[in-house]
Design a protein around this ligand. Structure first.
Ligand SMILES: [Zn+2]
Length: 109
């Protein structure tokens, strides 16, 4: 099922499910993995990753790295409603299609 993601890079989103940050934490979308229906959100979900020994890291290392979350687990954050909202698509007079908050009508670029 190839649904078009409602999220874009640099969107501010809030976690709604799938982590203990649900409902509290907002972050900026760093990357959209459309084919997988996932997004990487700044500061939202981390995984610990073991880094092999290398010239730069002779001891090896464990780094935390931002990981992707399912796009269905985040919602676009409406600055007016101050929470995650559902959006619909609407066409502007100039022909551009933008996302619109279903609650307050705020237009997202
Ligand atoms: Zn709104």
């Amino acid at each position: 099922m190839a649904t078009k993601l409602h999220l874009k890079k640099n969107d501010v989103v809030v976690a709604v499910a799938g982590s203990d940050a649900a409902g509290k934490k907002t972050g900026k979308v760093l990357q959209v993995l459309a084919a997988r229906g996932r997004v990487i959100v700044e500061g939202l979900h981390f995984v610990k990753k073991h880094v092999r020994k290398s010239q730069e890291r002779p001891q090896g290392d464990i780094i935390t790295k931002e990981s992707s979350v399912s796009a269905s687990n985040v919602m676009l954050f409406c600055p007016h409603d101050k929470k995650g909202v559902k959006v619909s698509r609407t066409r502007l007079e100039d022909g551009r299609v933008v996302r619109k908050c279903k609650k307050c009508g705020h237009l997202f670029d």
